[in-house]
Design a protein around this ligand. Structure first.
Ligand SMILES: [Zn+2]
Length: 308
């Protein structure tokens, strides 16, 4: 009999179960139904959540766009984030000799040569030819407004720089340092030969009649104020601004100006970047753009306080 039921596959008939077994079966059924209801309820809840979140996401994407975008804009979700770099002309030619970058980590290229001439007859200091002419024009323009500009220091040959550096090392050795320590200390005061911007011919240390000391006090003179306003017109940029010393590796030097040409100066000034940043942002990727490690800033090799 039992074997027949099994082979036929017919469901067991409840009538054959004892009342206790029937109650147990009913209880199991109720339990199963309850469980199914809970699972179903959870599924519905999950579905509602997905729909709500989906709608919210769509609304968020739609925000900030015209309200009547009936066609979903696929570009909205994948739009690139705003670029942090300011929009600056990319027409700057980084192979232009006037754009040369020299700093603590990047020395003059091998075989570097430059043509120079006197930029300030009163001091006899020289700059690269075009820079010298431009300085003279700037000096004359400032004079017309009653502002004196003095070219305190300009082009320095690598040999001259070597002399300055060696003198500084000697000084440090006399304070009791060994030669290696002395050289390290000297680097914080005088640039290593070939690593001073003055070796390029494009750097000008500019002072004024009433203030002939190369220190941060120059920033309080009318000459500095005039330069901030007009130097770019003559192709000069402030090279070592106070807020960029971690990037340039050089302390604030309000007297140190760098000739790059008027069109380049305008682009750099508009960018708000220092020369290292400008190179790193817009310079050719093919060229190495060493940026000094941030941290200790040193002097750029201007002999300290070389007053008249
Ligand atoms: Zn300088």
């Amino acid at each position: 009999m039992a074997q027949d039921r099994r082979s036929s596959g017919a469901p067991p008939r409840r009538m054959q179960l004892s009342p206790a077994a029937r109650r147990a079966a009913a209880a199991r059924r109720r339990k199963r139904i309850r469980r199914n209801r809970i699972v179903f309820g959870l599924l519905v809840l999950a579905l509602v959540l997905v729909v709500v979140l989906g709608v919210r996401a769509l609304l968020a994407v739609g925000k900030g766009k015209p309200a009547d975008t009936s066609v979903p804009d696929s570009s909205a979700a994948s739009a690139p984030a705003a670029t942090p770099a300011p929009a600056v002309t990319t027409s700057v030619d980084f192979t232009d000799a006037r754009m040369i970058l020299v700093n603590n980590n990047m020395g003059l290229p091998d075989g570097y040569t430059v043509e120079t001439q006197v930029g300030d007859a009163a001091t006899g200091k020289e700059l690269q030819t075009e820079a010298a002419q431009s300085f003279a024009a700037m000096q004359a323009a400032a004079q017309l407004e009653g502002v004196s500009l003095i070219l305190q220091s300009g082009y320095r040959s690598v040999e001259y720089q070597q002399g300055l550096f060696d003198q500084q090392v000697e000084k440090m050795i006399k304070t009791g340092l060994d030669e290696e320590q002395a050289r390290e200390q000297a680097k914080t005061v005088v640039a290593v030969p070939g690593y001073s911007e003055h070796n390029t011919g494009y750097a000008a240390d500019i002072l004024t009649e009433s203030y002939r000391i190369m220190d941060s006090g120059f920033a309080d003179t009318d000459a500095y104020a005039w330069l901030v306003k007009h130097a770019a017109e003559y192709g000069f940029i402030e090279r070592y601004p106070e807020d960029k010393s971690a990037i340039t590796g050089i302390i604030f030097e309000p007297w140190h100006w760098r000739y790059v040409g008027a069109e380049n100066a305008a682009a750099i000034q508009a960018s708000g970047l220092c020369l290292e940043e400008f190179w790193a942002t817009y310079g050719s990727a093919a060229q190495d753009t060493p940026v000094p490690e941030s941290g200790s800033a040193s002097a750029d090799g201007d002999p300290a306080s070389s007053a008249a």
